[in-house]
Design a protein around this ligand. Sequence first.
Ligand code: ADP
Ligand code: ADP
Length: 229
Amino acid sequence: MQLEIKDLSKTYSNGVRALKSVSLTIPQGMFGLLGPNGAGKSSLMRTIATLQEADSGSARLTGLPEGDLDVLTQKDAVRRVLGYLPQEFGVYPRVTAEAMLDHIASLKGIANSRERKEIVQGLLQKVNLYDVRKKNLGTYSGGMKQRFGIAQALIGTPRLIIVDEPTAGLDPAERNRFHNLLSEIGENTIVILSTHIVEDVTNLCSDMAIICLGEVVATGNPNDLVKDL
Ligand code: ADP
Ligand code: ADP
């Protein structure tokens, strides 16, 4: 399984050329997309997640495990296998974590309520929020919200998980917990970690790309690439 990105370009209505013919092949495992603010990371992530349209080019998942859909060019199909954790992660403050995850699971098509409950409890334990599952999301700290976001992104066994600037504003302890969670996601999944923090990529990722002013300027192994920075 891999994500094949070909010649993606995007110019916003204000004239900013956020993506200039970006081509990348992203293999299974943790992939780091490193670049400074304004490089085009979020534009690329939103395009892959089908939340915005590119002017030209394509992003498609190929070689999905047996039983999954084979060619995913259509929005519906991509969304079915996608877990997206956006940079600015808004939560409904007056909803509990448990109720929200249950709701998302039903939106993702898990119709049986007992099955949903089992999945939701398991995820709450995995991200270490089980004890606070009945608290409103508005009472959560930044780190707790991020972990909630991971739980949300993991519903429905996604094949492609996109995490946009995840550790902004987290203290070192919360960052570590978040990293540990990400590295447990594991097999049969592509995880794209978009960040401007070099250590996030060198600590977690097996492959990476560097993006600058809308262009991919390097790809390869993090330890090889980063020593030249
Ligand atoms: P478009 O250029 O695609 O027509 P808009 O300019 O109407 O889109 O903005 C769409 C969204 O993007 C809005 O929520 C806006 O706040 C946000 N946005 C606009 N300009 C920027 C920018 N320079 N950086 C990040 N987000 C922006
Ligand atoms: P990054 O995630 O690497 O910080 P972005 O993709 O958010 O980069 O932004 C790339 C460029 O596109 C920046 O110059 C930004 O101001 C601009 N931009 C991002 N979103 C919008 C938008 N909706 N409308 C207009 N310009 C935008």
